[in-house]
Structure formats: C-alpha cells, structure tokens
Ligand binder design. Sequence first.
Ligand SMILES: Cc1cc2nc3c(=O)[nH]c(=O)nc-3n(C[C@H](O)[C@H](O)[C@H](O)COP(=O)(O)OP(=O)(O)OC[C@H]3O[C@@H](n4cnc5c(N)ncnc54)[C@H](O)[C@@H]3O)c2cc1C
Length: 493
Amino acid sequence: MAHDASDDQPRRSRRVAIIGAGPGGICTGVSLLTRGHDDFVILEQAPGIGGTWFHNRYPGAECDIKSHLYSFSFAPNPAWSRRYARQPEMKSYLEDVVDRFGLRPHLRPGTPVRSLRWDDDAAVWHLTVGDGEAVDAEIVVSAIGMFGEPVAPDVAGLDRFEGTMFHSAQWDDDHDLTRERVAVIGSAASAVQLIPEIAPVVSSLTVYQRSANWVSPKDDDPYTEDDLATFAADLDQVRAARDEIFTTIDPNLTFADTDRRALYEQYGRRNIELVEDPVLRERLTPAVPYGCKRPLASNLYYPTFNLPHVELVTDPITEVTEHGVVSADGRTREFDTIILATGFTTTKFLAALDVVGRDGVDIDDAWADGPQAYLGITTSGFPNLFMLYGPNTNNGSIIYMIECQVHYVMQMLDAMDEHGLDWVDVKRDVMDEYNDEVQRALDAVEVWQAGCNSYYRVGGRIVTQWPGSMSEYRARTEHVHLDAFEVAATATT
Ligand SMILES: Cc1cc2nc3c(=O)[nH]c(=O)nc-3n(C[C@H](O)[C@H](O)[C@H](O)COP(=O)(O)OP(=O)(O)OC[C@H]3O[C@@H](n4cnc5c(N)ncnc54)[C@H](O)[C@@H]3O)c2cc1C
C-alpha cells in the first residue's frame, strides 16, 4: 500500500502534538512533513525512539509478521537480513526512517505527556508534559501503542523475592544470567522468543506455564547474499515480496476458515513432536483451538525442552518467597532470577492518559463501558484527537494498519482546511452504530468466542481486535466522510 502523500495545497497553521515515537508517531511525522506541514512535535516519554522496538530488548525479540510487510510502504527496506527481523534491526530501521525523512528536529524524547484538556473556546488542546510544562496544539495524535504497560502476575509474595526480578519488556541489560538458576513465568509471545535464547547460558531454567499456546514452525531462513543483492538492485522486488506476504496473510486474519485452522493446528502438533518426552509433549499441547489465543511461531521453542536443565511446571504458582517460587503441588524451587514474561495491559488505549474533552468529560467516564472509537481513530466528545492503534484495530501487520490510520488523519486535516473547520468530533450515533457493527462481526468469529482470550476484552466486549482483513480496514479508512462528524469553525485563525 502506498497512500499518496504528495498533494501540496496550502495549509492553515495548525500545531500538531504527536504522543509517542513508535511506528505510529514516526509514520505521522513523516506524513506531515511529506505534505509540507512542519508545525508539529513528537512527545516521547522514553529516552529513545522506536516504541515497542525501543522498549522490548529481551534476547530473541523479533517481529512475528514478516518484515517486508511489517515496515512502512514509503520506506521499503532491501536490507532486512531475515524474514522476521530481530529487535536491533527493527530499531535501527525506525531510526533510519527518522533520519532519512528529517524527523529529528521534531522529536522530544524524555517528555512524558501527563494530561490533555480540551478548551472549547479556543478550540485547542492544552497538554501538560514532563515536569509541568504546558504545550498547546490544535490537533493531537495519540500514538501511545497497545503494549506500553507491562503486567506482573497476580501472585502472593512477588515483592518478597530477594533475587533479581524483571519483566521481559524491562530487560535488565546489565544483568548476566550466565550459570544462574532462572525462572520464566509465562509461556506466551515474549516467553517463546526469549526461552530458547537464554537456555544455553543458564544453569537451570524453569518455565511456569499457566496454559499452553499453539506454536507453529516458521519460515525463518536468513536471506541469502543473492536475495539481498536482488532486493538492493531493484526496489520493485522488495515491493513484490511485500505484496506476496500481504496476499498470503490478508484473507486469513480472523481464523474464519476452519480447514485452514485445522491445518495450522496440525502444524502446531507436528512442531510439538520435536519434544522427545511424550508426557512433556502432552503438557505442552494446548487445550484450546488454534486461533483462540494469539498464535505464535518458533522453530526453537519446543526443542529447548529437550535440554536436561530445562523444566516445565504446569502446577499453578501459589506464592513467591524470598528465594523462590512455590507451586500448587507444594514444591518450592529456588532461583537467582525470575523473569516475568506475563504480557501487558492491552485494553486501556487513550484512557492510559489523563484526558478531559468537551464539556469537561473525562475519558474514563466516556469509556465507562470500555474503550470505543469510530474506525478505532476518533471517539465522540474528544474533538481533533486522533488515535493510532486504537480500539478494535489489532490484526495483521500493525504498521500497515497504522498507515491506514495516518492516511485517514491526513485526509481529515485536508478536509478541515478545505472547509475552514476548527474542530471535528465524531457523532455519537455514528460511533455507536460503527461499534455495533464491529461487535456483530466479532461475534461471528467463532474461535474468538471460545473464552480463552480474556486480554482482548473489557466487560465481555472484545475491544482490541479488528474483525476483518487489512484490505477491509483500508477500504473503511480510505476516505473521510465529514457528515459523520459534528464540525465547527469558531476559533480565530
Ligand atoms: C514484543 C512485541 C512484538 C511485537 N511484534 C509485532 C509484529 O511482529 N507485528 C505487528 O504487527 N505488531 C507487533 N507488535 C505490536 C507492536 O506494538 C506494534 O506493531 C507497533 O509497535 C505499534 O506502534 P505504536 O507506535 O502504535 O506503539 P508503540 O510501538 O508501543 O510506541 C508507543 C510509544 O508511545 C510512548 N508513550 C506512551 N505513553 C506516553 C506518554 N504518556 N507520553 C509520551 N510518550 C508515551 C511509548 O514510550 C512508546 O515509545 C509487537 C509488540 C510487542 C510488545
């Protein structure tokens, strides 16, 4: 997908504040610059850029969508060394995009956004950032992501542990695991990636698994020198690789095809056969259908359990003590380090910030029944505030989805210029109708109703997932329809 970002009609002076310098913030900044709009700032709480790919530095961290698609359409990268790039390569790609498109002067790392207040009279957002500094902006783009808040397990005594403990997303780079007794709590996406990487250096590795996940094999060969030379010589080859990945995954994103699901379950079962011990194989076999929880892929995860010093514990954890972990079978195992691979709070979205919109309405009250937004981008009562990777947009390559959202925001800025608007606010009934439609579509995804994906939900409603394909989402976000919005031209310009 390459949305045309090149029209050059004159723009009103609208200051844009972008919150977050992950892929979403970077994409927004590049799109603004490409359109000749340079009155913007990217406020990032972390000391560096890259978002997910800045924060998640655990060994083995890599993307699970092939990199030629999990990258920007406007910045094809012939140099991906492998099909699923690892974190250092992802991070340097994003840094390179920032430099190539001249974003650095707009970046303010180390600047957390504390609060946002909408000013009806001036049609402006007042932001409080850092240590209380005020920043005003007519337009706010929230690019804070979905995986910013690591979750610790709800286990008694966690704070009593006297050894080293950290979350996979807050990896302690200074801590050497060599010859340590290590516990990993969790067996989902991050655990599956990091366990094979740390196993060879530790003296013992104990994996606490609450429920098993489907882990498929992956086509993960590094690109050959010939492949890389072909990509470097002709960017059309890079685009062709991207298109091929897109065409392969786009129709299968909701797991609606039962035959395909069965096939992937079979791949998963075959992958588990890499484990030599039949009892262990059984314990690693998921009790839920493929697709019910986020599917994972690794060629390295299962063989790790053949190593003599790697143990799987499936008895629930009852307590953490000063020196170790107690499981429901009454056994205590002692550790030097506990790694929490226990995921993230994924359902807060904008409510992770302190936001007050029109008529003094707090986002927590507006979203008392859970987050919702029109197209995942705008929520009623919060004018000129656009979310990227917002409610019900999680599916496929998120970078692709973000490009659709940024395209929509750019269309909206054009429409506001064209019609001389100071603010736009999605109509409540339009948003409600859209959300009813999304929920009906989600209800039809049988495998997501199987009750094993609680982290997608708030109050029973799935708030994270997009129920369709990337193409369908792109079609929905291709054009702005101003009649879906309450609009006003009240402020002086
Ligand atoms: C380990 C891991 C692997 C993943 N792999 C894939 C993959 O293969 N494919 C895929 O499609 N998706 C993947 N994802 C999802 C990934 O988060 C998105 O693809 C993508 O990073 C979203 O970009 P973003 O800019 O919206 O958010 P993020 O990348 O999360 O960036 C958000 C940024 O906002 C900043 N921020 C948050 N709050 C504030 C605040 N108050 N003030 C200032 N700054 C703030 C954060 O510090 C962060 O830098 C993965 C996620 C994780 C955790």
